[in-house]
Design a protein around this ligand. Sequence first.
Ligand SMILES: NC(=O)c1ccc[n+]([C@@H]2O[C@H](COP(=O)([O-])OP(=O)(O)OC[C@H]3O[C@@H](n4cnc5c(N)ncnc54)[C@H](O)[C@@H]3O)[C@@H](O)[C@H]2O)c1
Length: 280
Amino acid sequence: MNMACGTSPLRIGVVGYGHLGQFLVEQLLSEGPGLGLKLEFVWNRNADKLRGVVSDEFILRDLSSFAERQCDVIVEVCHPQIVKEFGVQFLSKSHLMVGSPSALSDPELNRTLRQAAQRHGRTLYVPSGALWGGQDIQRLSDSGALKALFIRMSKHPSCFRLTKDVLSDWSEGEGRRVLFRGSVAELCPLAPNNVNTMAAAAVAAGALGFSGVQGEIVSDTELSDYHVVEVEVTGPDGFSVRTVRRNPAKLGAVTGSATYKSFWNSLLVCKGHGGRVFLC
Ligand SMILES: NC(=O)c1ccc[n+]([C@@H]2O[C@H](COP(=O)([O-])OP(=O)(O)OC[C@H]3O[C@@H](n4cnc5c(N)ncnc54)[C@H](O)[C@@H]3O)[C@@H](O)[C@H]2O)c1
């Protein structure tokens, strides 16, 4: 396995060419060589979007032939469905950074991906995204001291992509509205593109899992410039931590701007951590 030691760069495949995919490809081409990273391929379900923008040599036309381009790390930045269809195959050949960790709320998929990582000795990386303190939560969970975890994500209504019709009637100036409160397992299917940060938290809080971590999504028309992520951690004997992260974001943007850089920093960590799940 190529591990970017000496002169061999770490070869990266990017699956998805939306906002995050474009950002990562640009970074790989501009900064990658200096950091020992090499773009190996880019795939997008509509290849036309890549033509004339990305050099032909990098374009992978058929995702099922991904193994022909040997990669050390495959980065998924498109949709939970692709994690479901290809995650196990990706892990049989490469480490995998799952940009859509809400896919892991499906207990069966979660189990098969963990098994595949273990079987092939490859790492399933989960980027922290907009989560603050993920490693601290993980340490608390691993030591058996994590009692409860709650995450609230508040955004302008134009930033939500929901699978159920609970927000079609919003109007500018209406203020704050709680859309849903429940377990992260229940929230992921309702807002798969909006709660990846909560999914990363549920991975960090392995002892509680997706059904044990509680979340809330809030629509707020006042939040035209940023998303807010609040995390409340409860430990034993009155221990608690509360963080509030303001993530600058344009109106209608699913992803806050600081999250792009966070993804890039996560990718720099993906050098192989054995056959397990690793929050990066
Ligand atoms: N982990 C995090 O904190 C975090 C943060 C932001 C976004 N995300 C997730 O990362 C992924 C990419 O985000 P983005 O901001 O680049 O989104 P985007 O909408 O800009 O791009 C998504 C891309 O995937 C493609 N796509 C959509 N559905 C698809 C499907 N079923 N099969 C194949 N391709 C499909 C689209 O055509 C588009 O090119 C999304 O799943 C998003 O929810 C995660």
